[in-house]
Design a protein around this ligand. Structure first.
Ligand code: KG4
Ligand code: ZN
Length: 351
């Protein structure tokens, strides 16, 4: 029986390494280097910068994870590494690093689906302990800058993708609308804060997707609606040049708040469709960076209360991309009987 599982995450802009102790059912470490500052000036993740930064930081993050867990590499019994989906260059850094660790220390290794990581992270509590009171099946809404997907989760290793975004991810839409409003990056927290200054009202009622059956998402429409509204308000010229003199904090707040409402209602609409399709689900779990948004979590929580379903969201440290969720996925895959892979078998999967 393996005791310590090491998980490596480099699929986007976070270099994360976590170590899970299967004996104590405890996440011993969750070391992380966030690249947010590096991508700030571009208003979004720059893939080349991301992979280079992973390469620079991954060794340091590993040492932090081992120090935090107070163990050495020779204690690690299994390694898991995100090998899908994600930015190819960034994934490759993690995979090559993991293979090197595996080869030089003779530790078995397997590739892990990043989405599974987000799903199982919901089983960890604030004290880094694995909870054992989770009811299945549940719906997991994974909403970040890179993905917006809805899963039906039957167990930690058995989950089904019900729908995903056909264009932008919800967090990406927050980032792009923030950019349109001449705000900083990442846009989500700034928009949330601004919306509060105008009491979170829905001023402009941007169009929501009225679809009543599909579980796929689309966010590029609201982003375009915001842009055309800003043109109408004279904040952009007809050829889309920003007219900063017309952009007041009040209008920034009103657009931010209306946009936040539209995203929230799109998410609520999909949850509503999903619970009608799967009436046996026990809870809705929200994960990903957008789960940091209190306005959204409050609205989802209220909706779930009214529908007689539990609403859950893991602690923020496990909500955004991290290595702990990959370590935990590796543990669950191992428990379910999945075999480790040879170095030749383990590869980047392009999905
Ligand atoms: O999960 P995450 O840290 O990284 C990935 O994208 O994989 O999510 C980052 C995304 C960004 O797009 C950011 O704008 C969004 O999550 N985000 C938020 C909030 N905090 C972060 N969106 C809305 N409201 C927030 N408070
Ligand atoms: Zn993610």
């Amino acid at each position: 029986m393996i005791r310590y599982f090491l998980g490596i995450e480099t699929s986007c802009d976070e270099t994360g390494i976590g170590i899970f102790d299967a004996e104590q059912k405890l996440m011993l470490s969750n070391a992380l280097f966030s690249q947010v500052k590096l991508h700030e000036e571009f208003g979004g993740v720059m893939p080349e910068i991301s992979s280079r930064s992973h390469l620079e930081k991954i060794g340091i993050v590993l040492q932090q994870a081992l120090d935090e867990a107070n163990i050495t590499l020779s204690d690690i019994g299994g390694i898991g590494v995100t090998n899908r989906p994600g930015l190819f260059g960034s994934l490759l850094v993690g995979i090559c690093f993991a293979k090197g660790l595996s080869y030089s220390n003779n530790i078995p290794i397997m590739g892990i689906n990043h989405n599974q990581g987000h799903i199982v992270a919901a089983l960890l509590n604030q004290e880094n302990q694995l909870r054992n009171d989770q009811n299945y099946p549940f719906l997991c809404l994974s909403v970040s800058g890179g993905h917006t997907s809805i899963f039906l989760v039957n167990s930690p290793t058995n989950f089904e993708l019900l729908g995903e975004t056909l264009d932008d991810a919800a967090g990406e839409a927050f980032d792009k609308v923030a950019k349109l409003l001449n705000l900083g990056y990442p846009g989500g927290p700034i928009i949330e804060k601004l919306a509060k200054t105008v009491e979170n009202k829905d001023f402009f009622k941007y169009p929501r997707n009225k679809d009543r059956s599909s579980l796929n998402f689309s966010f590029s429409g609201i982003k375009t609606a915001v842009l055309y509204d800003l043109v109408k308000k004279g904040i952009y010229s007809k050829d889309f040049i920003l007219q900063t003199q017309n952009l007041t904090p009040q209008i920034q707040g009103e657009v931010a708040s209306s946009f936040q409402w539209a995203v929230t209602e799109i998410l609520l609409n999909k949850i509503n469709i999903a619970i009608k399709k799967f009436p046996n689900i026990k809870s809705i779990v929200l994960v990903g960076g957008v789960a940091c948004n209190k306005f959204i979590t409050e609205k989802l929580n209220l909706f779930c209360l009214q529908s007689g379903i539990t609403f859950q969201s893991p602690p923020i440290k496990f909500c955004t991309d991290n290595g702990a969720m990959i370590a935990l996925s590796t543990y669950f895959e191992y428990l379910s009987g999945k075999n480790f892979q040879s170095l030749e078998e383990l590869d980047l999967i392009k999905i």
